[in-house]
Design a protein around this ligand. Structure first.
Ligand code: F0G
Length: 446
């Protein structure tokens, strides 16, 4: 059920078709090169793109900008304690700042880190410590059609095989990413989290939860895990996060803010070590690279994220978009995730081979037909992997309404109708670092 009305609005415009064609060409058929004013419905990411509540704007004005010992930091500490159950928090400028602080503190060259699936920046920060990130998703995680409640789970069998291979002494850290962004935003069950905790104890590793979308994950648990059928989202969140030794958090997701992140832990020694690294890379540990006002808004956002009305409205919006797309015959990853609908471009354009980038073709056609911006997560973003050709339509929090989604569905239906006439793309220029090519590479129609 809808949980908001608008108090402030931002004008959007749909450029003419001729203009959209010109924009695409100028952008080198890469939607990252489009200006936001050229985009009508922007589903590039759910990160830092949401609308803050009136309570958050009020907190922003009251933010305390003291360099040390800010009152806004105390508000954050108290929110992290109440909502997530951890007593120590180190703020950072955003999630990847938290990754640098925690992973830089815990890892050394040659270590192996196991995750249900590493998000891009997580993988990059682990590699930056000369450590080796290994994914252990459950079977079916990359199958767009398999129906299962927790396709985001961490595979214990996979992790055991890695540990048998490299030796427990080389695996100092295990991560569970909830929800699992790199497998279509799928949730992780509390039962799976408990088993990861046991496994971490068994091999004497630190258990970290990447909690970016912890509230959305908790909502799925209340809907799908029998043990929690009568629990609140807030209760599940505390229970699930409580199994971890430390959290990395991007406030730009379930912190409901446009900037910010943090590390949280109960471990005094780890906290002290993280603080030292924060001073070096982020700022004094009571602001960590954030303005005091943003810290204050994040403290309020964390509390709002576990309100039932908010999170039900949020996740239901994504489920409804997926259903509307399925009704008009657009192939989507099922079941839909918590922050995004993932379109199956491989199924949509069976006549295009992976090296013609069907996902990127779909991104371009969605823009050409309706000014809608999504992001490719197939052969263009992840060369040389056997991932499905997915396009993510990530929904900013508390931002778009039914009419926007109706436009997205109409646009996708138009692309579907003309799918046989669509041709592939080839890369014309790309950066030196292949892992980051989809951000800046340029393409042209074949
Ligand atoms: N971990 C996960 C699971 C993420 O999804 C992200 C960001 C980060 C860490 C890094 O956080 O952006 O605040 O530095 N995901 C965004 C996305 C960028 O579009 O999915 P950050």
């Amino acid at each position: 059920m809808v949980a908001y009305k608008s108090k402030m609005v931002e004008r959007i415009r749909l450029p003419s078709r001729a203009q959209r064609e010109r924009n695409l060409e100028r952008a080198g058929y890469n939607a990252f090169n489009l200006d936001s004013e050229e985009v009508f419905v922007d589903l590039l990411t759910d990160s830092g793109t949401g609308a803050m509540s009136d309570s958050q704007w009020a907190a922003l004005i009251r933010g305390d900008e003291a360099y040390a010992g800010s009152r806004s930091f105390e508000e954050l500490e108290s929110a992290v304690r109440d909502v997530m159950g951890f007593s120590h928090v180190v703020p950072t400028h955003q999630g990847r700042g938290a990754e640098n602080v925690l992973y830089g503190t815990l890892l050394s060259a040659g270590d192996v880190v196991i995750n249900n699936t590493h998000f891009d920046t997580t993988r990059a920060h682990i590699a930056n410590q000369d450590a080796d990130p290994v994914d252990c998703p459950v079977d079916g995680a990359h199958d767009p059609e398999m129906d299962a409640p927790f396709k985001g789970n961490f595979s214990l069998e996979g992790a055991r095989a890695v540990v048998d291979d490299v030796g427990a002494e080389n695996v100092p850290m295990i991560i569970s990413t909830i929800t699992n962004n790199s497998t279509a935003g799928q949730p992780v069950s509390v039962e799976n989290t408990r088993r990861v905790r046991e496994f971490a104890d068994e091999i004497d590793a630190t258990f970290v939860i990447d909690a970016c979308r912890f509230a959305e994950n908790a909502y799925f648990v209340t809907e799908r895990e029998d043990e929690f059928a009568d629990a609140t989202v807030a209760e599940v969140a505390r229970e699930q996060l409580g199994y971890a030794d430390a959290l990395v958090m991007s406030g730009k997701k379930d912190g409901l803010v446009n900037a910010g992140g943090f590390v949280a832990t109960d471990d005094e020694t780890l906290f002290e070590r993280c603080k030292q690294r924060t001073i070096l890379y982020e700022g004094f540990p009571t602001y960590g690279g954030m303005a005091g006002r943003d810290v204050a808004a994040m403290a309020v956002g964390l509390r709002e994220a576990v309100e039932e009305a908010y999170v039900a409205d949020r996740v239901d919006q994504i489920q409804a978009l997926a259903e509307m797309l399925e009704e008009v015959g657009v192939p989507v990853y099922t079941p839909p995730g918590g922050h995004a609908v993932y379109l199956d471009a491989g199924a949509m354009f069976p006549h295009l081979s992976p090296n013609e980038f069907p996902g990127q073709v779909l991104v371009c056609e969605l823009y050409r037909e309706g000014g809608v911006r999504g992001v490719e997560l197939g052969s263009f973003a992840f060369p040389e992997t056997d991932r499905p050709e997915l396009v993510r339509l990530a929904v900013p929090r508390r931002t778009y309404h039914k009419e926007h989604f109706e436009h997205v569905v109409e646009t996708a239906a138009t692309v579907l109708e003309k799918r046989e006439t669509v041709s592939g793309l080839e890369i014309t220029s790309e950066p030196e670092v292949p892992e980051l090519r989809h951000f800046t590479a340029e393409l042209e129609p074949i």
